[in-house]
Design a protein around this ligand. Structure first.
Ligand code: B12
Length: 285
């Protein structure tokens, strides 16, 4: 086993005043893995070794025992949204992942990464799709990589449920735009709420069953395509009729609602929100 690697990892971790747990969370591994690396009883694979290098801004050679070599200047600067978009457009999963890891390392919040990198890239994708410069398969690929990166970020920011509002997230009717809602759910979870994401395509009876079993305080619905507003409306009406005063509060959001006049009243929802700040205050007031 490479004892120089274990010594260097320990030194680097201490110099950054990080605990083994924090490093484990950033690298998306168990704390025991880091303990084993530092004990010299286990070596990381190449991908993890590269991530450790990015995390501590040193080369892989240095980690393995060569002279100290700092990472090249370009790898030390904060990645820009354009670079992230380009990695998505090229379908370059590992470049996209490396950018997200660097943003974590620079201490950028999940909300900032979601807003400034992912949402911006997705909106740009939509504009290019409309202009005929991006095909639907590319739009699918980009969405897929973004969701993989979101899971990476979520793993790095594990959070215990402490605020204890139970929240169910789902999409009505034929709606398949789920990234915005996922972002809202992740940010609520990071804040300590208990969130379940049920995704799309669930018939109303199934949603009813889930609500009866999970007993959420709030159900979050997202509607992007105008044609799905009526499904959201009938889902809310159906559940409210079945459960009466026991019905959870429905919070609606998504671009389709921006074109409606008073969507909250039209859909008989508890609140209509588009931003995380408004959502936090609706849930936590
Ligand atoms: C990715 C994408 C897809 C992916 C979705 C993948 C997935 N798993 O989510 C796929 C490929 C499946 C897809 C399919 C389609 N799409 Co599409 N898609 C997009 C794209 C590029 C990005 C959407 C996105 O994730 N945005 C980023 C998120 C973060 O933003 P957001 O959803 O707006 O959410 C924000 C807020 O609205 C809010 N929010 C959203 N929901 C909720 C809910 C609550 C409770 C709260 C509090 C807040 C909230 O939170 C977010 C934070 O800012 C958009 C372009 C765009 N401008 O958005 C087009 C876009 C939405 N799609 C469009 C179209 C036309 C389609 C298709 C018909 C054809 C196609 N392009 O393939 C199908 C229809 C599918 C269907 N039945 O739903 C159009 C819609 C036009 C319209 N209004 O009628 C757009 C705008 C593209 C365009 N420029 O024309 N799409």
């Amino acid at each position: 086993m490479n004892s120089i690697f274990s010594i260097r990892l320990r030194e680097l971790r201490k110099s950054k005043r990080l605990t083994q747990r924090q490093v484990a969370d950033l690298l998306h591994v168990a704390q025991t893995t880091i303990a084993n690396y530092e004990r010299g009883s286990r070596m990381p694979d190449l991908e993890k070794l590269a991530q450790i290098g990015v995390l501590f801004q040193v080369s892989m050679d240095y980690l393995l025992g060569k002279e100290l070599q700092l990472l090249p200047e370009k790898e030390l600067t904060i990645p820009q949204p354009e670079a992230y978009f380009n990695s998505l457009r090229n379908g370059d999963k590992s470049a996209a992942r490396a950018i997200i890891l660097r943003l974590i390392q620079y201490g950028m919040s999940t909300e900032q990464i979601y807003r400034q990198f992912m949402e911006q890239a997705l909106v740009k994708t939509g504009d290019l799709w409309q202009a005929g410069e991006i095909a639907v398969w590319q739009e699918h690929l980009i969405s897929e990589i973004v969701q993989i990166n979101m899971a990476l970020l979520k793993g790095a920011r594990r959070q215990e449920a402490v605020q204890s509002k139970r929240i169910l997230c789902l999409l009505p009717g034929e709606e398949s735009h789920m990234i915005g809602l996922r972002m809202m759910g992740d940010l609520l979870e990071e804040r300590g709420h208990q969130v379940h994401f049920l995704g799309n395509g669930l018939p109303v009876d199934n949603v009813f069953e889930a609500i009866a079993k999970l007993k959420p305080d709030f159900v979050l619905l997202s509607v992007t395509m105008p044609g799905n507003v009526s499904s959201a409306k009938s889902m809310i009406r159906h559940i409210q009729q079945q459960l009466g005063v026991m019905s959870p509060h429905f919070i609606i959001g998504g671009k389709a609602l921006e074109k409606l006049e008073d969507p909250r009243v039209q859909l008989n929802a508890y609140a209509e929100c588009q931003t995380i700040e408004v959502l936090f205050s609706a849930i936590e007031q």
